[in-house]
Design a protein around this ligand. Structure first.
Ligand code: PLP
Length: 431
């Protein structure tokens, strides 16, 4: 399968090159030349397929012959070594729990797949690469865990000093081996700017073999389509109603992956794009104007994105048409107060969600007010990752999973760095 840049559709690269580069030179984003369609037989058998079986069937269409089937199967089965169950919350409302991976957030799926693909290709080429990622918390821990111990890959994470939770910091800074954490004296935006500047720094980029592990990398997106198939296959056993997905969204990687699944033939009825007050895409759907702006801090902070990076991809696939976009996706946005209200509502139904899942729940419920559908909201993180919000809101004490306890006991190792590019550059060169 070949991939092209949204800025220059005639320029094509292999899957391997798209994964290794992360971003095309022309600053567009990679998309598959065509979105493959799965055969009817696949959909007939879907309710009986495991997540791993689905993952392999879908991945092979996107990867083509660049990874032999036996190797790809091993790779996909390793990536998907945890469950993504759907849990009934109330009539016609289901939570797709994507937090059973090692860092307790859905980003594990994409990060683990990308890490293994990159490692596979590096072994063949015998090359070293450096993965740079700016993180406000979840991306860093998922990327760090996904790439831990992977040969030929050095990982450098940049996070804003004092602005990530204790759990998140421990998950990023205690692994050692090929994972380096840089504690940047600045904001998340400063971290992102440093990473962008480094990619444009040709000399540095070539010297270190820089690549990106943010959801602009196509290898993060492809595996996120797997669980849409799985969840649909599970729910279709229990309902005759049309099925919609509500996706709590920030950079819109997760929703783009769902759209891939739909284009591959999965009969998803509709998507709800649920955001916090960083409502750039809901605003676009209403007005036709895409106007990025500085992000506002909220309690669902993994979605505090003022310029959603996957918008370009989704919009390209939807013919750059607001009308086409609105036909597939409904946008809704919620305040922190509403999100806390949803946490309480869910708790009263005996379900403890995290703030991101709660935003997804709100979007689904609003859509269901006027549409008789069965719905799944994506529960993208374990509530413990946001215990600072969940515990006081619900007046409860959450149990800490054993996997997290182990991190808390370990020693933090991070390199301090200012937010000046030259300092950062020197720090990278000295690693
Ligand atoms: C990253 C993240 C999101 C947003 O996902 P996108 O693919 O960027 O839209 C939502 N919830 C959690 C917990 C996240 O970590």
């Amino acid at each position: 399968m070949n991939y092209f840049s949204t800025n220059n559709p005639s320029q094509k690269v292999s899957f391997q090159e798209a994964v290794r580069k992360g971003l095309p030179d022309d600053n567009g984003l990679f998309l598959p030349e065509e979105i493959p369609v799965l055969p009817d037989s696949f959909f007939k058998g879907l309710p009986n397929l495991s997540l791993q079986e689905i993952g392999f069937e879908v991945a092979r269409l996107f990867v083509g012959n660049e990874i032999p089937e036996a190797d790809l199967k091993t790779l996909v089965y390793e990536v998907l070594s945890f469950e993504t169950p759907i849990v009934k919350v109330e009539e016609d409302v289901y939570s797709l729990e994507l937090y059973h991976g090692p860092t307790l957030a859905f980003k594990d799926v994409g990060a683990r797949f990308m890490a293994r693909c990159l490692s596979y290709f590096n072994e063949i080429e015998n090359e070293q690469v450096t993965v740079l990622a700016a993180t406000s918390g979840d991306t860093g821990s998922a990327v760090a865990n996904g790439f831990l111990g992977v040969d030929g890959v050095q990982v450098v994470l940049l996070y804003p000093k004092g602005k990530v939770s204790q759990f998140q910091e421990k998950q990023m800074t205690t692994l050692g081996q090929n994972i380096k954490a840089l504690e940047i004296d600045g904001s998340f935006d400063d971290c992102q700017k440093l990473v962008k500047t480094a990619f444009l720094d040709q000399e540095l980029s070539r010297k270190l073999g820089l690549t990106s592990a943010n959801s602009i990398n196509i290898a993060r997106l492809i595996p996120q389509s797997f669980y849409y198939f799985y969840a649909y296959g599970q729910l279709v056993k229990q309902t005759n109603k049309p099925i919609v997905f509500s996706v709590p969204s920030g950079n819109f990687g997760n929703l783009t992956a769902g759209y891939f699944a739909q284009q591959m033939g999965l009969p998803i009825h509709h998507f709800v794009a649920s955001t916090n007050v960083n409502d750039i895409v809901p605003h676009y759907l209403q007005t036709g104007e895409f106007s990025p702006k500085p992000s506002v801090a909220t309690i669902s902070n993994a979605m505090d994105v003022g310029n959603p990076s996957n918008f370009v991809r989704l919009n390209y696939l939807l013919d750059n048409s607001q009308k086409a976009f609105s036909k597939s996706v409904t946008g809704t946005a919620y305040t922190d107060e509403e999100t806390k209200g949803a946490l309480k509502e869910l708790h009263a139904l005996d379900y403890t969600a995290d703030p991101h899942g709660a935003v997804g729940y709100l979007g689904l419920k609003e859509y269901q007010e006027i549409n008789d559908v069965a719905g799944i909201f994506l529960e993208t993180a374990h509530p413990i990752k946001f215990k600072e919000v969940v515990e006081p809101t619900l007046d409860i004490k959450l149990d800490i999973p054993d996997s997290l306890k182990a991190f808390l006991k370990r020693e933090k190792v991070a390199i301090n760095c200012s937010s000046h590019y030259q300092d950062f550059r020197q720090t990278l060169m000295d690693l």
